[in-house]
Design a protein around this ligand. Sequence first.
Ligand code: ASP
Length: 308
Amino acid sequence: METAKPALVVHGGAGAAKELEDGCASAAERGRGLLGVSALAAAVAAVVSLEDDGRYNAGSGAALCLDGVTVEMDASVMDSQGTLGAVACLRGIRNPVLAAQEVAQTPHWLLAGDGAALLARRAGLAPSGQVSQRVRQEHRAMLSRLHSGMPSGPGADGEAYARFWEREAQLAAQRGAPGMSPESAGRSDTVGAVARDADGVFAVACSTGGTSPSLQGRVGDTPIIGSGFYAGPHGAVAATGVGEHIVRHLLAHQVYGWIADGMPLQRALERGVSLFAPDVEIGLIAVSRDSAGAHSNRGMPWAQVQHG
Ligand code: ASP
């Protein structure tokens, strides 16, 4: 029987501004109130709080695709009792993590696009609001960065931009006026939470608007089991950073495996981050039977609470 106190860890994205830590603290407090219900309820409540905050790249603050019009979001939930649900390329729903929870009630584990939105609407989930000025400004800043020839991300050089993205980016640029400085663009700000409850059940919940820039239909690590998230009888892990790199390491499951083998949690997090080149932003949070923590190769807002 589990003896460790219930615990919850929340993150606001690898490379996100430290000033966003207050939102993580509020989300962790909101989740703390539900640790007595279940680890999953606590992790989901924390992620809903961050989705509703508007400053993170998730839910109300989710980034625009390169076309400057479309918002597509990914989310996931999992616990050590068999709950597993995810959505990919979800449009028009305010809280994608709640849609992921709905998927977990179906015979499937992952729904994408229109089917995911249909399920969410049938479940009565609230629609998205208007795209905020902040999200539009960040999109314009990303475009000026692309046009100034700066790399669009690790491993995505100017040639990739020219081949696949030039036309969409030009169309988007015609729609927008200059906004924030290019330096202020490109943050990830994806959100996630991991929890351990009094019964020793572990859970994880994640939500993202994806990396920026991205083509329509792009899916990162966040809704992919074992890559962006994993939970089992030894703990729960959530990853943040560049999904195209995270999936190649099945990062969340890799780190979970080290914890299950007895590696100290903080060491497992550091080892996970060290798998990546320094230009790839990566962050991890985890809970185990006796520990909880976070690690990133960038600044990463995060918060931790215990209960009881
Ligand atoms: N991992 C997310 C993705 O690639 C982005 C992030 O964590 O900021 O979609």
